[in-house]
Design a protein around this ligand. Structure first.
Ligand code: ZN
Length: 117
């Protein structure tokens, strides 16, 4: 967690990671910085305020010539990674549960309605 801002729109959590990632395809650490982009994740309201998560995500280029993966985005622990390459078996619920706010509530609204069948 990088910082928390209170704005008139609500709470903004800023997240970014440090360190150099490894290529997800070949696990090589010989990577070159490519670019940075900002992702906005909207989380559920927390204590009546809107919560937005700003994720600064860096892209890297794999320099392993044998690697078929060329550009990849780093993965941030604890933040949803939609759009990135990931295990098909990883389910969305475990992803949601790692969000700092609203994770449990998100699961409850998404999947817990079957309980009283
Ligand atoms: Zn690679």
């Amino acid at each position: 967690m990088d910082g928390v801002d209170q704005t008139e729109k609500g709470i903004v959590l800023q997240v970014r990671s440090k360190g150099t990632p490894r290529c997800p395809a070949c696990s090589g650490s010989d990577v070159a910085y490519h670019s940075t982009y900002l992702r906005h994740l909207r989380d559920l309201p927390w204590q009546g305020q809107r919560v937005e998560i700003q994720v600064k995500t860096r892209r890297f280029r794999c320099r392993n010539r044998q690697c078929r993966r060329q550009i990849f985005a780093e993965r941030l622990p604890g933040v949803a990674t939609q759009g990135g390459a990931r295990n098909r078996s990883a389910d969305a619920k475990s992803e949601v549960s790692r969000l700092p706010f609203g994770g449990a509530a998100g699961i409850a609204s998404a999947g817990a309605t079957g309980d009283e069948s």
